[in-house]
Design a protein around this ligand. Structure first.
Ligand code: SF4
Ligand code: SF4
Length: 151
């Protein structure tokens, strides 16, 4: 039986919800909130530094801030709790529930054509689930838990 800790972290497709930028408790959101707090009113200083340091990099601060605000605002509770906020067409969420299994690698139809993933994501899904099948979910989780999601 797969532990709740692993199921909270890894979605039924095998990808990490916990490391997704949209996850409410994920590091990306957490650090974005922290960085926003630490930067305070940097807008004013960005304007000044552009002139004072004669460095045009500071003119890009508003774009950077927009991205940071976006990361800080996202708040998905993960695929096992709600519909994926990024990939609304995902076929796995409903399918794994109907089949009463925790992960696609456990399914006798894997690899199927129900994911609705694009080519890139489909390839990644197959690779991940084959790896889990080979090593076991606990070992896969331990080996990948500190790796970034976006590799
Ligand atoms: S369900 Fe989708 S949006 Fe939500 S944390 Fe998982 S991958 Fe991200
Ligand atoms: S049929 Fe496909 S999407 Fe559904 S659980 Fe099996 S492998 Fe996953």
């Amino acid at each position: 039986m797969v532990s709740e800790k692993i199921k909270t972290s890894l979605a039924p497709c095998g990808l990490s919800c916990e490391k997704c930028f949209a996850h409410v408790d994920g590091d990306i959101r957490r650090y974005s909130l922290k960085l926003k707090e630490k930067l305070g009113n940097f807008d004013i200083y960005a304007n000044r530094f552009e002139t004072l340091l004669d460095n045009p990099i500071f003119s890009k601060y508003s774009d950077f801030k927009e991205m940071l605000d976006y990361f800080a605002a996202k708040n998905c509770r993960g695929c096992r709790n709600e519909q994926c906020k990024l990939f609304k067409d995902c076929g796995i969420r409903i399918c794994h529930q109907e089949k009463h299994i925790d992960y696609c690698f456990q399914c006798d139809e894997f690899p199927c054509s129900r994911t609705n993933f694009d080519k890139h994501l489909y390839k990644r899904w197959v690779l991940i689930n084959e790896k889990i099948k080979k090593t076991g979910i606990e070992q896969f989780y331990e080996k990948t838990k500190t790796r970034p999601r976006y590799v």
